[in-house]
Design a protein around this ligand. Structure first.
Ligand code: FDA
Length: 363
């Protein structure tokens, strides 16, 4: 499957599109007993004076829920991952289908003083053999990073290594990767998936960190529990990437309002800058970035003590600008054939992306 390297979307497009998704009404949505997305109207009936903006926000939330729901549909995934047209659109967020293509992107980013973290796409696999294949693909990637002198590391998801099939198999697979990374002076970042995986992810990361050190993880600002988790990880010297969170979570687990998520993000960023071990501030939100810069400056925290992280294909202008200002910047570079769930989450983060794609389909 040749995922095209060149983006079909003009650079900087994201800056010119309509305002970002507001997550303010996420809790009014969910899946019904048939697993279909449902939309409860309670929120926009509450304040009629803001009706039009609330209807628009709720509509965005419906689109977002629908995209996340569709991201789990197997038949659609199969069709999309083999469709030439869909592959063209995926190229915006995916660096290529092969390791070679991904390495080319990494070298380009490195030449602009931007480091990378490579993600071999694939998640929620359904057999031990697939988990072993993912492990081997990551072993090749870690070795290639080292042999090619790429300034980078890898990020992975535990559902790609069999955590839903066997905790022991998953631990053995990821253990091999962290061991290899440690031997090559590399690093493995374990991404955070939906809230049902948090305890298992943290348990596995802590154990592997005790053994090899070369591993860190991700904390999501939308979860209520995240402050405690960060305190635990800080105390153990485990590196944390802070992000807002990309999954559909119930109000019992996550802040329902975007403003609450943003406020928690800033509080957690400060906790990490104060007491964390080389934290990664992963966001494209200029307000979060400005708050981080201001906090670091006012607390005399060196620019080398933390890094900003962004996703491949999103806010390339901001990535370059931060690097030019002397901040450390790392770009998350996904590659591979199993791009569908990752791509759908990127669309869900900004439903305006879907409109852009639809418009271009008919040009
Ligand atoms: P927000 O969503 O508020 O967006 C701020 C601005 O960024 C938008 O206005 C827009 O300009 C731009 N933007 C954001 N997303 C965009 C998109 N898809 N398309 C176009 N423009 C967009 N999540 C998770 O649950 N587990 C994980 O392990 C990770 N890992 C991870 C690594 C890295 C390096 C990053 C940057 C992000 C993640 N995420 C993640 C995803 C994260 O949780 C979150 O969904 C996205 O980063 C979007 O949130 P922002 O912080 O950018 O803010």
């Amino acid at each position: 499957m040749p995922v095209m390297m060149s983006s079909t979307i003009p650079r900087g497009m994201e800056e010119t599109m309509s305002r970002p998704l507001q997550r303010g009404h996420r809790t009014s949505l969910g899946l019904n007993s048939m697993g279909r997305p449902v939309f409860k109207t309670a929120v926009y009936q509450k304040r009629r004076s803001h009706r039009s903006s609330e209807v628009r926000d709720v509509s965005l939330e419906v689109v977002r829920s629908l995209l996340i729901f569709l991201s789990r549909r197997k038949l659609l995934r199969k069709w999309m991952e083999t469709s030439t047209l869909a592959q063209r659109f995926a190229a915006r967020f995916v660096a290529g289908s092969s390791l070679e293509q991904a390495l080319t992107v990494c070298r380009e980013l490195n030449s602009e003083a931007i480091t990378v973290t490579l993600d071999v796409l694939g998640e929620s696999i359904s057999s031990i053999e697939e988990a072993a294949a993912a492990r081997d693909a990551y072993l090749r990637t870690i070795t290639a990073i080292h042999e090619n002198g790429v300034q980078g590391n890898v990020s992975l998801k535990l559902t790609q290594f069999g955590i839903d099939l066997s905790g022991d198999v998953c631990r053995a697979n990821v253990g091999q990767l962290v061991e290899r990374a440690a031997a090559l002076n590399g690093f493995v970042r374990v991404d955070m998936e939906s809230s049902e995986y948090v305890d298992r992810t943290l348990g596995l990361v802590c154990d592997l960190h005790d053994k090899y050190r070369a591993v860190g993880t991700v904390i999501q600002a939308y979860l209520y529990r995240s402050k405690n988790d960060i305190e635990m990880l800080n105390a153990r010297g485990i590196r944390v990437r802070l992000c807002k969170g990309a999954y559909l979570e119930p109000a019992s687990a996550a802040f329902p309002q975007k403003a609450q998520v943003d406020a928690n993000y800033i509080a957690l960023m400060q906790l990490l800058l104060d007491k964390g071990s080389y934290p990664a501030i992963a966001t494209h939100d200029e307000k979060m970035i400005a708050a981080t810069k201001a906090y670091a400056a006012s607390h005399k925290i060196s620019r080398d003590a933390f890094e900003f992280q962004m996703l491949y294909g999103i806010r390339r202008d901001l990535q370059r600008q931060l690097a030019k200002e002397g901040f450390r910047v790392r770009v998350y570079v996904p590659y591979g054939r199993a791009w569908y769930p990752y791509y759908m989450r990127r669309l869900a983060e900004r439903p305006a992306n879907v409109l852009f794609i639809l418009r271009n389909m008919f040009k």
